[in-house]
Ligand binder design. Structure first.
Ligand SMILES: Cc1ncc(COP(=O)(O)O)c(C=O)c1O
Length: 378
């Protein structure tokens, strides 16, 4: 089936008891059993839920995986994947990942003896020579918030030569634009809170795998730890993915209009977007993705300029998060990347004047008018 068909149908059948076209929200904590050891495959809702299972099958199909497991948030999915590591093992991480991922790794999981090394992963040869031995490589591409590009195929080879796993956080592009498993990644993670749900009304996460042994472990952890996605959130994301193939082209068309326009403005010191032909990762990105997405970052210089810009916006909303149909604008230094120290942010180039835009599906003219008004206030 084609991608749009899978978005709408994969993992879902009309409800056998009623014929309901959409998968019902199975809002139950447990299931009546016919007798000792005799049941319909469902015992307890932490372990099994038909709404969640439908979403997991849907997301596995969209990413081209064998299976998927949904968790209470993107970070809970990230945590579940990291339970594949044990004390003494080493994880190499892109130096420019979501601040919450950085916080989970450095402040929580490092306490149980997993070692984390943050390296620039935009140059695979350099990473190969500098990384030393490792057991997992964790990347985002494009990275958050500087939209750097990592070569998934090359990094998969480097990881596999060490018998290590490559995990790709594909939140920024969604499987509509990029399918890392087909490029050699072992596991894909998403914050379903973002494009997969698409409507800024649910928090969730998913890990999608190729290897059935990884699926067994993630299913085990999902039940053993219990950070499950609720039936209602599962239903919301399932509803969201039905229109993924309609939303993503509109997000991107708006970004294609706004990114060059923004770059031509004198207030913008630098605009980050992988669609620019002179972006250092442009060719790599084109070789592994079918679109540039709708995340754009712009450096306005000083923190005060960013503040004036953000406070003058009327249509675009200042808020953490991304990937919804409404345009959201964030200030990484004080919001998404506040978990990094000021020194770490400075070393990465996440300045106080940096603003991150998640371009929504509104009319591009309205967005441009709002951004123009806000830039005039800078
Ligand atoms: C790229 C990326 N990965 C993971 C997460 C974490 O997801 P959640 O907020 O659903 O826990 C985020 C959240 O902003 C994100 O931007």
């Amino acid at each position: 089936m084609g991608f749009a068909t899978d978005c709408i149908h994969a993992g879902q059948e009309p409800d056998p008891s009623t014929g309901a076209v959409t998968t019902p929200i199975f809002q139950t904590s447990t299931y009546v059993q016919d007798g000792l050891g005799r049941h319909k495959g469902y015992e307890y809702a932490r372990t099994h839920n038909p709404t969640r299972r439908a979403l997991e099958k849907n997301l596995a199909a969209l990413e081209g995986g064998t299976d998927a497991y949904c968790y209470a948030s993107g970070l809970a999915a990230t945590h579940a994947v990291l339970t594949m590591m044990q004390s003494g093992q080493r994880v190499v991480v892109s130096d420019n990942v979501y601040g919450g991922t950085h916080r989970l790794f450095t402040k929580v999981l490092s306490r149980v003896g997993i070692e984390f090394a943050f390296l620039d992963s935009t140059d695979p040869k350099r990473l190969d020579s500098e990384a030393g031995p490792f057991d997992m490589l964790w990347i985002e591409t494009p990275t958050n918030p500087l939209l750097k590009i990592c070569d998934i195929r090359a990094l998969a080879e480097i990881a596999h030569a060490r018998r290590a796993l490559l995990v790709v956080d594909n939140t920024f592009l969604s499987p509509f634009f990029q399918r890392p498993l087909a490029l050699g990644a072992d596991i894909v993670v998403h914050s379903t809170t973002k494009y997969l749900n698409g409507h800024s009304d649910s928090v969730g996460g998913v890990a999608i795998v190729r290897d059935p042994a990884h699926a067994d472990w993630l299913r085990y952890v999902q039940n053993a730890v219990g950070a499950i996605l609720s039936p209602f959130d599962s239903w919301l994301v399932l509803r969201g993915t039905k229109t993924l193939a309609l939303r993503m082209p509109q997000h991107e068309a708006n970004a294609r209009r706004i990114a060059p326009w923004l770059r031509a403005r004198p207030e913008a010191k630098k605009v980050y977007w992988p669609g620019f032909p002179d972006h250092p990762g442009h060719e790599t990105h084109k070789a592994q993705s079918t679109g540039f997405g709708a995340m754009i970052s712009v450096d306005l210089g000083e923190r005060e300029a960013a503040r004036r810009f953000l406070e003058a916006l009327q249509l675009c909303s200042l808020g953490e998060s991304l990937g919804g149909v409404e345009t959201l604008v964030a200030h990484p230094a004080t919001m998404t990347h506040a978990g990094y120290t000021p020194e770490e942010r400075a070393a990465l180039g996440i300045g106080d004047g940096l603003v991150r835009l998640s371009i929504g599906c509104e009319d591009a003219d309205d967005l441009v008018a709002d951004l123009e008004r806000a830039l005039a206030a800078v």
